[in-house]
Design a protein around this ligand. Sequence first.
Ligand code: SF4
Length: 243
Amino acid sequence: MSSTRALVADAIPASCVDGPGNRYVLFLQGCSFDCLACHNPQTICTRSTPSTRWASIEQILHEVVAAAPFLSGVTVSGGEATLQWRFVLELFERLREHDATRRLSRLVDSNGDADPAVWDALTPAMEGAMIDLKALDAEVHRFLTARGNERVLASLRHLDELDRLTEVRLLVVPGVNDSADQLARTAEWLLHLHTVPPVKVLAFRHAGTRGVARRLREATDDDVERAVATLAATGLVAQSCSS
Ligand code: SF4
């Protein structure tokens, strides 16, 4: 029996918005960013809180096995999943070995703020990573997350080299990261990768955010469709989260 444990914010046995198909999603507690637009700010703190739980590999494996007949995969999200990457690696290895779960795909949903060595370690056990790119522009990224984006861009390049970059996600924050110029430069950057990933465009909403996010405007359907059209015009495969 493994002694490895993770601090867990939440887990849902069935989701169709955290990767392809119907997925068990594990939300690990703790994040390296502090995003203005975070819609789950309670997951940022890296310490245990009344709403978190410590979970063992066996406990999570038990939950996935119970849901497995209805699942196409497992996604580990956050917070930031890679802060607890040793747990993610061991969980993925156990899922790969178990008769009831080995057919399930294993994905990480990440803000990309991880060392290349973390992706190297996870690669043999995971099918891919979905990376949130908050902004290509370093200053805009710092405004939105309080951190630079050098490690995020390095992760995108490295995952591309490892053939593990499944999807890039862009959260449209109107007037901040969705100018035609920024989107065009983002598309140009992504188009230079070896295997150009599909891009999913999400709308910033106030629901779940902290008060400080109220100074940001919510994205309308038109904002999202305009961003999708701008990205798609460059040759990227882009779609809104709802499509
Ligand atoms: S990376 Fe995600 S979980 Fe972390 S602060 Fe930003 S929006 Fe919240």
